[in-house]
Ligand binder design. Structure first.
Ligand code: ADP
Length: 605
């Protein structure tokens, strides 16, 4: 059965899409379904009327002539998102349509009318327009943004928009970037970032990077830069990714500045560590103190020692000095004091505290940042030096007084009795005092040579026994002590004879000086492996074990109380230096009240 015209009509009527048909050259409206009437804002009364008469609103719009054109030519016309303006309920309204005008022919093929199928795409069009608008706003924002922004089409990776900040960042001109493939525009970044970009397009997940190190060819010059950046996918109104927005900030200066600060801090920290400086941060408001590990070590306490422990550690006699220093600091802004502290184990140490006061808004002192040094060694040396100066002046004064006395007596004698047989005696006495002075001065000169590293050796071959015999005549002459030479008397040394002589004389003189009540001194020469060993043994008062480790220090003297035994405390120090220069060793074995054996070794060749 042939479908009837009525059947078609009912299908058209039921269609939710506007469908209408115009017949003849006057475009009489033969069919207009409900959807059409609704779109036009008309009722059924227009059916049978000519198109132009029924729809005066559409005058000046292309539809009427388009229908006529299809009627004339028979060619189907497709309209896309075409705006149509109607006055509905007195209000002007624009809707958008996707539509087709198609010729209707009779059984003989002659065109009798035009049928129109259409879809209302107003909503989609509005969405598209809004999209377009927001894209426009976005592009404007991009242009003015203070950070570098570049928008890249995700289909063909062509740069759609790029702002000045971005151009500046990558060191390119606008023409080198816009409408070009991104990796063609900045090829040096392709290797690293093309995979990143692909990943963002594929997954739709943004990617962020901080302080990315990158070599950029800026205006033709390669430069190492640090960049913070985001690759952000931009989605179209259909939810598909249409572009990638790259936001980038050049943080090179920030990175360098931070590195400089870090380096400076590291340097300061290393300096503080190397110098063994303790540091502290004293809060003057809360009285709390933050201290470094070294600070606590200097105080001889553990990590979390409370502040009053530091105060308690101060020597009671120095507490006032310390308090005054803190009081002064509040007005001068600078803290400085040296004080004694007592360690938990009872030993006495010296500290030097230095600091700077930091003030708040109304000149209120808020905190003191400072450093702490252990100056025990320094004080010790200072003390030794002070002692030494007094000993040295005393030592020099004794022979000087004696020379002066001899001179005065000689002066008088020559006047009264020029031929007196006492004259040579006084001259001798003066001479021996002068010798003593010369020895003292020599010692002092030796010490300054040693400290300046100028003590040079002149090595020769000589017999140890011969040198020993010759060097100690003065002891034999004095007759107070007996010298016994034992051991390998044929041993030949290769050394600075004068300096080794000096060491032996020093040992022997000490033996005489510190063992006045025994008259035996034993000197032994021996060969041990490749070393010559020479020892000087006395049977005197010996040395308490606790003093032994200090014997070879500069200015060290066991008995500094009285000037019972004269001396500068330099002899052993100089000897030890001479032996060390020879590549040998020096030492002592001693027992109180039994005597001491001082020895040294030097390599045989
Ligand atoms: P000085 O004799 O001028 O004091 P030294 O450096 O020669 O200086 O000696 C350092 C100290 O070592 C002396 O002050 C003395 O106390 C001690 N000493 C050195 N030799 C002996 C010794 N043979 N017996 C006891 N004590 C000694």
């Amino acid at each position: 059965m042939e479908p009837t015209e009525n059947f078609f009509r009912s299908i058209i009527e039921a269609s939710p899409f506007p469908v209408y048909m115009c017949m003849g050259p006057d475009k009489l409206i033969a069919i207009a379904n409900d959807a059409t009437l609704k779109a036009w804002g008309k009722d059924k009364s227009i059916i049978g009327k000519p198109f132009d008469e029924a729809l005066p609103d559409l005058q000046g719009q292309p539809f009427s002539s388009l229908i006529s054109e299809v009627y004339r030519t028979g060619e189907t016309y497709h309209g896309n998102n075409a705006p149509a303006e109607f006055i509905i309920n007195g209000k002007r309204q624009i809707n958008y349509y996707k539509f087709t005008y198609q010729a209707v022919r009779n059984s003989r093929g002659k065109i009798v009318g035009v049928i129109c199928f259409s879809t209302d795409v107003t909503e989609i069009e509005h969405a598209r327009q809004a999209m377009e608008e927001s894209r426009h706003t976005l592009y404007n924002m991009v242009r003015q943004a203070p950070v570098g922004i570049c928008i890249i089409n995700s289909d063909n990776l062509v740069i759609e928009v790029v702002n000045d900040s971005y151009l500046e960042l990558v060191g390119r001109k606008r023409v080198e970037m816009e409408n070009r493939g991104v990796w063609e525009a900045i090829p040096e970044t392709a290797e690293l970032y093309a995979p990143v970009m692909d990943n963002v397009i594929e997954t739709g997940q943004p990617i962020t990077a901080k302080e990315h190190k990158l070599l950029l060819v800026r205006n033709g010059v390669p430069e190492m830069v640090f960049i913070d950046f985001v690759y952000e996918p931009v989605k179209g109104f259909d939810g598909e990714i249409s572009a990638i927005m790259v936001i980038a900030i050049d943080v090179t200066e920030k990175v360098f500045a931070r590195r400089k600060i870090e380096e400076a801090e590291e340097r300061a920290r290393l300096a503080v560590e190397a110098a063994e400086i303790g540091t502290f941060d004293l809060d003057l408001v809360t009285e709390e103190i933050l201290t470094s590990e070294r600070f606590n070590i200097i105080f001889g306490v553990g990590r979390d020692a409370p502040r009053d422990l530091f105060l308690k550690a101060l020597h009671p006699d120095d507490l006032e000095l310390r308090n005054n220093a803190h009081k002064t600091a509040l007005t001068t802004g600078k803290l400085f004091y040296e004080a004694r502290i007592i360690w938990p184990n009872g030993s006495l140490r010296w500290i030097r505290a230095q600091g700077k006061v930091y003030y708040g808004s109304i000149n209120k002192p808020l905190r003191i940042l400072g450093t702490l040094l252990d100056i025990t060694e320094f004080k010790h040396l200072q003390q030794q030096k002070d002692d030494f100066i007094s000993v040295a002046s005393h030592e020099l004064k004794t022979p000087m007084t004696s020379i002066k006395a001899s001179m005065q007596l000689l002066d008088r004698l020559i006047k009264v009795d020029p031929s007196s047989d006492k004259i040579p005696q006084f001259i001798n006495r003066g001479n021996s005092s002068l010798n003593k002075m010369q020895q003292l001065v020599d010692s002092l000169l030796n010490v300054s040579k040693i400290t300046a590293g100028q003590l040079a050796l002149h090595k020769t071959h000589f017999l140890a026994a011969q040198m020993i015999n010759e060097c100690c005549d003065h002891v034999r002459l004095a007759g107070t002590h007996e010298l016994e030479l034992t051991g390998d008397t044929d041993l030949e040394l290769y050394a600075d004879r004068q300096r080794i002589d000096q060491v032996v004389v020093n040992f022997v003189n000490n033996a005489v000086k510190y063992a006045p009540d025994s008259n035996r001194i034993v000197i032994n020469i021996s060969k041990q492996d490749n070393m010559a060993k020479i020892s000087v043994q006395d049977f005197g008062r010996g040395i308490p074990p606790e003093n032994i480790p200090h014997l070879f220090e500069r200015y060290y003297r066991v008995d500094t109380s009285g000037i019972q035994y004269s001396g500068l405390g330099l002899g052993l120090y100089i000897s030890a230096e001479i032996i060390e220069l020879h590549g040998g060793e020096m030492g002592v074995e001693s027992e109180v009240d039994k005597g001491s054996t001082f020895w040294f070794t030097i390599p045989l060749n």
